[in-house]
Design a protein around this ligand. Sequence first.
Ligand code: ATP
Ligand code: MG
Length: 213
Amino acid sequence: MTGRFIVVDGVDGAGKSTQVERLAAALRARGHAVHVTGEPSGWPIGQLIRRYLRGELRDGVPGWSSMALLFAADRMQHVEHEILPHLEAGEVVLCDRYDPSSIAYQSAIGPDGADRTELMRWIALLNGHARRPDLVLLLDLDPQLAAARRTQRGGEAELYETLELQRRIRACYAELPAVRPNDRLVRVDASRSIDEVHAQMLAEALALLDVSR
Ligand SMILES: Nc1ncnc2c1ncn2[C@@H]1O[C@H](COP(=O)(O)OP(=O)(O)OP(=O)(O)O)[C@@H](O)[C@H]1O
Ligand SMILES: [Mg+2]
């Protein structure tokens, strides 16, 4: 039987990496084989994107549309060479960010005055052949709280991490069900404790895996 593809997404600092790690451990403890990955991927296009996000590469910094195309290309390479092979091996693939991030971020940084929904639809279309997740857990958190968590965590700020932009990104995530009506999207209130957020995410994942047995 083919495996199950679970995506964890949401604004910067919402707790994605923390929860992906917790969820992977809990599923492994229940006997599931789990492959953890994330985007931008570790493949060549993903590495290029990371260099732009960190501000290491300043030559030809991509705007919203070329970034959307780069992310879509990285995603297809990631799907083809990593996600599908693990799914075909029957594993659970847990992915830290996927096309919800592209749809929310690249449309939020799109031109001033643009019709955001139209941009979101274009990016969704670009990713129309990327393997659909079986479950998308969307960590929703007030950007101010997310910024406080990032400050506490430390490290360098990346491109896109201003408060106003993060607010627009959050609004785009909220519109995602209209743009991806066929995806199983679950909003998770990420303002709660790590344990409470984990409990909801694990219950959602187990509900998916139990019916797939
Ligand atoms: N529910 C929570 N309550 C309080 N602090 C949390 C919670 N979840 C995560 N944190 C802390 O917030 C910080 C950011 O979490 P994490 O790195 O998991 O977020 P992220 O969504 O992966 O961020 P990024 O988008 O930058 O990768 C970390 O220091 C983490 O320990
Ligand atoms: Mg993270």
